[in-house]
Design a protein. Sequence first.
Length: 286
Amino acid sequence: MKIKTICVVGAGLMGHQIALQAAISGFESFCTDTSEAALQKAQDFALDWIKKNQEKGKIDENEADAIKKRLTFTSDLESAACGADLVIEAIVEILAVKRELFARLDKICPPHTILATNSSYLVSSKIADATSRPDKVLNMHFFNPALIMKLVEVVQGPHVSDQTVETVMEVSRALGKVPTRVNKEIYGFVANRVFSAITQEACYMLDQGVASVEDIDNAVRFGLGHPMGPFALLDLVGIDLEYDVRMARYQETGLAQDKPSPALVARFAADNFGRKSGKGFYDYKK
Ligand SMILES: NC(=O)c1ccc[n+]([C@@H]2O[C@H](COP(=O)([O-])OP(=O)(O)OC[C@H]3O[C@@H](n4cnc5c(N)ncnc54)[C@H](O)[C@@H]3O)[C@@H](O)[C@H]2O)c1
């Protein structure tokens, strides 16, 4: 199936950049949100991106106009989604809200439309049965910032058809991304699982007094060739986000290995969330 029109629902941190990326890559792109303020912010960001890239000579006037023409912002879900071949949902991480949205999208969209969720942790099999087309409902997981990060994880739950996966892999490539096919639904998918294992081990070593924050980061950077150490990366992602994700997982599994480490808990409790609060594993006020 050829995808021509993409609708992104949710114009927040992830959605505004996914919608812009779609327009840049030549798709007809609709960006919708229940919040007018979020839509305005997304539109301002897109216009600013186009202006800056035109000034830098990366796109010419014709391309700038074409991107603007291909990108529509609206709070009307029905008009945004009714002509879409692919819908990418990027709204709040609450299962009941996502299920309600997918049930609505199922009624609004034509039968061929693929309904994807950008969720990092909710697998599509928890959502698919809210629609009459489970074979066309899957996780299409972008990374932040979506304009820059190349990875898209395309996850094939047991209900998803091969054709849907192949179409979404192809769209991801057309969006300039490198898609990874994930053959099974697994908590955290691939990249976040690896990241989680690294950060948990790094925190364990810090708690045990094995090495300092700086030395563990240096070992990972200069020994393993990672561009950033795990603590610098946690400060960037947000210690509050990491704590919430770990705590939710721990409450679900009850396994000691999923429990947030003392190093993480102490910083979370002191409101030291990382770069955003000026202090985390490192002090950014200095
Ligand atoms: N933040 C990240 O780094 C990241 C990375 C990958 C995936 N994700 C996933 O992407 C999704 C969105 O995350 P985010 O960080 O962009 O969130 P966000 O809070 O920045 O944005 C969510 C947006 O959805 C809107 N919204 C809420 N309910 C809505 C509804 N029913 N209909 C339309 N719009 C609605 C909100 O107004 C808000 O603008 C989540 O599922 C998250 O797991 C996030």
